[in-house]
Write a protein that binds this ligand. Sequence first.
Ligand code: SF4
Ligand code: SF4
Length: 164
Amino acid sequence: MNAITKTETAPVNPLGRLIKGFFARLMVALYLPSVFQGMAKTFGYMFRPKTTMQYPEERHIARKGYRGEHRLKQDDQGRPKCVACFMCATACPAECITIVAKEAPWPDRDKVPASFEIDMLKCIYCGMCEEACPCDAIELTSTYTQVATTRQEKVYDMNRLLRN
Ligand code: SF4
Ligand code: SF4
């Protein structure tokens, strides 16, 4: 024998619905839900560890792999590893590397850079120069705080890049 089931529905109270809707619209009109959400968020942050740093006394340590300012590397004899092959300048999408080559004074390479400049204000810190270098002669460091007061100061020459 099949059991016949009935779905029981609560009696509709139009006045109750009207009042409930009125208060819901009033709350939204007074921004109350948003205010409470905002306060809940603020209180939530009060119990988390602080993330604000007292710069410059406290310094942010860049994560591993951060692409900051460039360094030209030196070999174990203190010579620049760069052999002025122009691969980095060719790969650079911002065209901010300018190299002038000269004959090398050492027998183990043909050329060395007579000058090597990077315009740091044009650089987009993409790391393509580091990727393209066949001699592991250039790298991007974690340095990010080098400020300057003139544009010319941000054009780094070879000595500056070797010191970085
Ligand atoms: S990081 Fe990118 S934009 Fe900057 S010098 Fe290297 S290749 Fe050019
Ligand atoms: S790719 Fe490397 S070796 Fe070639 S010019 Fe650039 S830094 Fe020097």
